[in-house]
Design a protein around this ligand. Structure first.
Ligand SMILES: [Zn+2]
Length: 263
């Protein structure tokens, strides 16, 4: 990889940095602030940007007392870095697509705050936003950095079946309809305990066609699962959740294993 860069003193605002780097930038470029991390769908951001014909398309997240207000069509109506305007329900999280020449055209002086540039472009209705549903993680102070490290750390999660794996399967054509029908497979529980000690958590994935067949009540399945989770927790086994396919095998749903919906 070949990387060109422009650097300057810590005091420079993003506005000044873009100005100094202007000859190195493509006519359309992606700007990332370096202190937020969020999974971002670049293709989606690009397609919103192209469709809106904006000078800048921001990635946003819903937040009370943020710095952005949207109009009904995904256009940014207000950008207020002082956060004093009413109805600022989104925050800009530092990932954006930029049309270089249109943004540079908004500069009066080179040493300018990028917030001023955005405010100016918003007044000219040249900024769009894409709302991201993913939560973002910030590394702008040491406490947040710690949380971000936890978020990015490798997580060990085992996805595991229920009937016939964690507990003994019901007789053919029958279902586990109450807690008294639920009999542990102790070998599996022991294996889960050993894995839990190595840092694994568990997601239980279970087909329960008895619900669609009227032989099981969904509420009962939920109660059995809640009891199973609390009993396993006493053994130091953390089940994050139980995902259930309630459909009949004839329904052609996407969540009945071996289809991947529950995954
Ligand atoms: Zn299903």
């Amino acid at each position: 990889i070949h990387i060109d860069y422009s650097s300057g003193p810590a005091e420079w605002d993003t506005g000044r940095r873009i100005w100094e780097a202007r000859t190195m930038l493509d006519c359309r470029f992606l700007l990332l602030y370096s202190d937020n991390y969020v999974p971002v769908n670049i293709e989606k951001l690009l397609s919103v940007h192209s469709a809106s014909l904006s000078a800048v398309t921001l990635l946003l997240q819903q937040k009370q007392n943020g710095n952005v207000r949207l109009d009904g069509d995904g256009g940014v109506e207000v950008y207020d870095s002082t956060r004093s305007t009413l109805g600022l329900n989104y925050v800009e999280i530092g990932y954006m697509i930029i049309e270089r020449d249109r943004v540079l055209g908004a500069y009066g002086v080179s040493d300018v705050s990028f917030s001023r540039i955005l405010e100016k472009l918003v007044k000219g209705e040249q900024v769009a936003g894409l709302v991201s549903g993913d939560s973002y993680h910030s590394i702008s102070d040491l406490d947040r950095l710690k949380l971000t490290e936890q978020y990015l750390a490798v997580k060990r999660v085992l996805m595991i079946d229920r009937d016939g794996t964690i507990n003994k399967r019901a007789p053919r054509g029958e279902y586990i309809g109450s807690w008294s029908d639920f009999h542990w497979d102790l070998q599996t529980v022991e294996a889960m305990r050993q894995l839990a000690r190595k840092g694994f958590r568990f997601l239980v994935l279970s087909n329960q066609a008895g619900i669609a067949r009227g032989m099981l009540k969904a509420k009962m399945v939920d109660e059995i699962n809640a009891r199973m989770i609390s009993e396993l927790r006493k053994q130091g086994i953390d089940v994050i959740d139980v995902y259930v396919c309630p459909h009949h095998w004839d329904e052609g749903c996407s969540c009945r294993k071996p289809n991947p919906g529950l995954f």
